[in-house]
Design a protein around this ligand. Structure first.
Ligand code: BTN
Length: 247
């Protein structure tokens, strides 16, 4: 089903029925000097996930990328990813889906100890260390899609599968963008809400970081998004990596 978006969003919105990747389109717009634009698509034919994985994006999802130029050092970019995951989890909760966040930025639905993925976030940026030139936050929400049509290895779910009915994507997307806009300007609230939604805190985790594997208990999250892991010997803050929950 195609959608008439007509969003009243805090960003200019460029809508596509079908596009290879909204993040790739936002990168082209960034290179052309644009800012405060959202690229939104009903379907992506070449969606990308973290670690250069493919991101399956059939018609019915909410696939969008937000391009903006905040006056912050590159090291603070993870704060925007965190704001996006909180916005997505809250928007999902507002439509009745009890979503949680797995560090750093997967939005999941837990049931019977099983964690199914609802939303993925891919942030890209360019600039100098002391000032980002642009940041693109790509958000992929499995909205009105059948999880059977998504790759099983991602253990996916969707809003429509959780609710038994499709959601109004216009209303959902508008709320998501409003919440992101609010939270990106208020990192303290974003971190506090992240803690409230976190499924990672208190669990034993195994994090594959660029510098090696860290295993222990996840005890805290720190601005702008680092996870503090108690390994038994010491507390290590990891700022990036792939995280597995061990119990
Ligand atoms: C992940 O691996 O969990 C991140 C997935 C990010 C997917 C979104 S969908 C909109 C935007 N465009 C892309 O090609 N990827 C992101």
């Amino acid at each position: 089903e195609a959608v008439e978006y007509g969003l009243d969003a805090p960003f200019e919105v460029e809508y596509h029925d079908s596009i290879p990747s909204t993040n790739a389109r936002a990168r082209d717009l960034a290179a052309a000097g644009a800012e405060d634009v959202v690229v939104l698509a009903d379907e992506q034919t070449g969606g990308r996930g973290r670690l250069d994985r493919e991101w399956s994006s059939p018609s019915g999802g909410v696939w969008l990328s937000i391009l903006f130029r905040p006056d912050v050092p590159m090291a603070q970019a993870p704060a925007f990813t965190l704001a996006a995951s909180v916005a997505a989890a809250r928007a999902a909760r507002e439509v009745g889906v009890d979503a949680g966040i797995k560090w750093p930025n997967d939005v999941l639905v837990e049931s019977d100890g099983d964690e199914r993925k609802l939303v993925g976030i891919l942030t890209e940026m360019e600039g100098e260390a002391d000032r980002a030139s642009w940041i693109i936050v790509g958000i992929g929400v499995n909205a009105n899609v059948d999880p059977e049509d998504l790759p099983a290895e991602a253990n996916p779910t969707s809003l429509s599968a959780e609710l038994g009915d499709p959601v109004d994507r216009r209303v959902f997307t508008q709320r998501l963008l409003e919440l992101f806009e609010e939270l990106r300007r208020d990192p303290e609230t974003a971190v506090a809400e992240w803690r409230e939604y976190a499924t990672t805190l208190g669990k034993r985790v195994r994090v594959e970081t660029p510098d090696g594997v860290v295993e222990g208990e996840a005890v805290a999250v720190e601005f702008p998004g680092g996870l503090v892991v108690d390994t038994g010997d010491e507390r290590v803050t990891v700022s990036a990596g792939d995280c597995d929950h061990l119990r």
